[in-house]
Design a protein around this ligand. Structure first.
Ligand code: NAD
Ligand code: MG
Length: 390
């Protein structure tokens, strides 16, 4: 039976990997909708190759180009954030959420309201609105499958297990581009240096987030929200090789580890085939050739983002939306080369402190409140960016 699938953020790193897996088994899938950003040529190429029903760009000004690129194909076109949400309402069995940033939340919620299976690469959805996302899924009989490699690993280690027997969850961290840099050198880290990852080939934003450890910080919060474990049950350890993606510790002392090459096609393919397991075109590990795997504790001084993640988990409410919104704004400022590498965490910390002192942080987690907290956090962060430059 063919499965109807849609891919949000099809033109990005996760999106392209998803497209390539689907393209290998064209008879198994019917592609309902694909969405992208300014890379209209790529989006149109994917839509043609997969015979998609609809292609949507996030940007209204890109619509004429998209129309032209798909003229005569019969593939529908649309543009804008509203059109992306409408695409999420089209009948599909499986939906990939691979937009980067908080913009991924609204279409994900829409897909869950339709009872779909949502393959969630967009970790920001869980960080900003975890309780809302999981409650929406439960209310509509929808399923959320984690696609982040660590969370896919935890999910797989938990198959057939009782959550009551879980003692701890260990999320591994490669440490990103700068794991061996002295603190003093980090201060002068450039955009180009932060944009290349030692093990993983990913989009630019998550690659820089790996260097700052903001990515790991988001993943700790993602772990709490998705698996419902307490913050004190979540650990992280530096594992430079990125071969073990996560481990689950049980009350009898057993640790179940998930190993695999650093290739997102495993986690994507697992979610695509779930609950079955099928052949995937990923490299098979040769343990003898690997020889050894290394681990060490994360240095809290070098990773303020991890400490902030703990604060966010303790505060709850809209703290995740504030944390992520501020983080996205400082990341924009770093990419625009307006602030230095270490400024990012300092500014996020100040925004979090300012907004945690206000009463809004404990407001109910609704989409409107999340959007408002996100906007206010970005505004405060940009105020700080501008001050630093004055
Ligand atoms: P990317 O930057 O390569 O691609 C992002 C996609 O989202 C593109 O299609 C882009 O056009 C679209 N997009 C960007 N801003 C948008 C907006 N405002 N509205 C609508 N669409 C928009 O990102 P990526 O590396 O593929 O990451 C996607 C998501 O998956 C992120 O949440 C990231 O944290 C998560 N993730 C990625 C990886 C990875 O290996 N790349 C691994 C784990 C989790
Ligand atoms: Mg990850």
């Amino acid at each position: 039976m063919t499965r109807r699938v849609s891919i949000f953020g099809a033109t990005g790193s996760i999106g392209c990997n998803t497209v390539s897996l689907i393209a290998e088994a064209p008879d198994d899938f019917e592609v309902v909708a694909l969405t992208g950003g300014r890379n209209v040529a790529k989006l149109a190429g994917q839509a043609r190759a997969l015979k998609a029903g609809l292609a949507v760009t996030a940007h209204e000004d890109c619509l004429p180009d998209l129309r032209e690129a798909l003229a005569g194909t019969g593939i529908e076109t649309a543009a804008g954030a509203g059109a992306i949400c409408e695409a999420a309402e089209r009948p599909a069995d499986w939906v990939m959420s691979a937009i980067v940033g908080a913009a991924g939340l609204p279409p994900g919620l829409k897909a869950l309201e339709q009872g779909r299976t949502l393959a969630l690469a967009n970790k920001e959805s869980l960080v900003t609105a975890g309780p809302l996302l999981m409650a929406t899924a439960a209310a509509h009989g929808a399923t959320v499958l984690p696609v982040d490699s660590e969370h896919s690993a935890v999910f797989q280690a938990l198959i057939g297990e009782d959550m009551a027997a879980v003692e701890r969850v260990i999320i591994t961290a490669s440490g990103g581009a700068f794991r061996d840099w002295p603190l003093e050198k980090l201060r002068r880290a450039t955009l180009a240096e932060a944009s290349s990852h030692p093990n993983w080939d990913m989009g630019q934003r998550i690659t820089i987030d790996s260097a700052t450890m903001f990515n790991k910080a988001l993943e700790l919060i993602e772990t709490k929200e998705y698996f419902g474990v307490r913050p004190d049950q979540i650990e992280t350890v530096i594992h430079p090789e990125s071969i073990i993606h996560a481990l689950v510790g049980f009350r009898d002392g057993a640790l179940m580890a998930h190993l695999g090459p650093p290739d997102m096609r495993h986690a994507i393919g697992f979610a695509l085939n779930w609950p079955d397991r099928r052949d995937l075109p990923v490299e098979r590990l040769d343990l003898a050739q690997l020889g050894q795997l290394n681990f060490r504790a994360a240095d809290p001084e070098r990773s303020p983002a991890l400490r902030l993640a703990r604060e966010v988990m303790e505060t709850g409410g809209l703290a995740g939306a504030v944390f992520n919104g501020a983080k996205e704004a400082v990341l924009d400022a770093f990419i625009a080369e307006r602030i230095g590498f270490l400024d990012m965490a300092h500014i996020v910390e100040r925004v979090l402190a300012k907004m945690s002192a206000g009463r809004h942080i404990s407001a109910e987690i609704t989409l409107d409140n999340v959007v408002a907290a996100d906007a206010e956090a970005r505004r405060l962060a940009m105020e700080d960016v501008a001050k630093g430059q004055a």
